[in-house]
Design a binder for this molecule. Structure first.
Ligand SMILES: Cc1cc2nc3c(=O)[nH]c(=O)nc-3n(C[C@H](O)[C@H](O)[C@H](O)COP(=O)(O)OP(=O)(O)OC[C@H]3O[C@@H](n4cnc5c(N)ncnc54)[C@H](O)[C@@H]3O)c2cc1C
Length: 287
């Protein structure tokens, strides 16, 4: 069967109504993934609801409490370059800057990426490290789900049929915290073999707060409060880092695929965590 229609509504209400009017409709955001899948015959939506004219899905809103709301149609390029982020919120711009290549970053959107939830994608772990929430709209209204709860399984999210991602809310990070995203890929521009997203706050020579999320190593980003706690009060010495890294590696649920074996991914997680800590050293010294 071929896609029958494509409409491009100007309001969110009309987009939601169109999704409901035609069962089997799919939202079209940047098209970087969806159009490639249609070309390959992997999906055949009855109708496409293009979101490009829905102004309320664009833009950035600074919140009074230091948080930021990002619209679902925000392109990866904007998140990488036009940074409204402060302190540890920068984990998101680091992640966005490592997505694919300039062409894909110009096309792809925040909402499209997280709705698709490719396990090798860069935003999911960064959003979990940033403790972000996902804003979801549907026929019955709006709901807000933590990033940790939003990514449910391989290519599966908390979105129900007919719902759309409206945006993402990124809470204020601790003053002086540092954000970083460390990605291992086979070649520049590829999806992650594994990745580490971090928010770390130093107090003098020791870590006062940490939030670590692992990407590319299971169906959803991995966050363990116990691993965060292993770094707190330490100077990020190699012993503390390898204990936290090993705990995360044991809890990860990677698979063997074309990019790497599950075993390799487990081995790489502690090394990526240590590398991420080395990479943030200059930012720490400058703070
Ligand atoms: C060559 C190539 C390399 C890539 N490399 C990377 C990489 O290294 N890292 C990475 O993270 N990503 C990578 N990607 C994926 C890229 O980030 C895509 O932009 C992203 O996965 C999909 O975003 P999109 O806006 O293009 O969504 P689309 O392709 O338009 O849609 C993707 C899916 O999300 C749904 N959808 C879109 N918007 C919404 C919404 N607001 N609410 C609900 N559902 C929605 C669509 O119905 C569809 O199912 C790559 C893609 C390509 C083509």
């Amino acid at each position: 069967m071929m896609t029958q229609t494509m409409i491009a509504p100007e309001t969110l209400e009309d987009a939601l109504a169109a999704m409901h009017a035609e069962p089997g409709s799919m939202a079209l955001a940047g098209g970087a993934t969806l159009v490639a899948m249609m070309n390959a015959g992997l999906v055949e939506p009855n109708s496409l609801v293009a979101l490009r004219h829905v102004d309320t899905l664009r833009g950035t809103r600074q919140l009074d409490d230091g948080g930021i709301e990002l619209g679902a149609m925000r392109r990866h390029r904007e998140t990488a370059l036009e940074t409204p982020f402060k302190d540890g919120q920068t984990v998101l711009s680091y992640a966005a800057s490592q997505i694919a290549n300039p062409t894909v970053r110009n096309m792809g959107t925040l909402g499209g990426s997280i709705a698709f939830n490719d396990p090798g994608a860069d935003y999911p772990a960064a959003l979990v490290a940033a403790n972000a929430t996902i804003l979801i709209v549907g026929a019955t209204g709006t709901r807000e789900v933590s990033a940790e709860a939003f990514f449910v399984d391989w290519y599966t999210t908390a979105l129900e049929a007919g719902e759309l991602v409206a945006g993402v809310r990124v809470p204020a990070a601790l003053v002086g915290s540092i954000g970083h995203y460390e990605k291992l890929a086979r070649i520049a521009g590829d999806f992650a073999v594994a990745s580490v997203a971090l928010q770390v706050t130093w107090s003098g020579d020791s870590i006062a707060a940490a939030r670590i999320a692992i990407g590319g190593s299971g169906p959803t980003p991995l966050h363990l409060a116990e691993a965060d706690d292993m770094l707190i009060g330490t100077g990020a010495d190699s012993d503390a880092l390898s204990k936290a890294g090993l705990l995360l590696a044991q809890a990860a649920d990677p698979v063997d695929d074309v990019r790497a074996s599950a075993d390799y991914r487990r081995k790489v997680i502690p090394r990526l965590l240590a590398k991420a800590m080395r990479e943030i050293a200059p930012a720490r010294e400058a703070a």
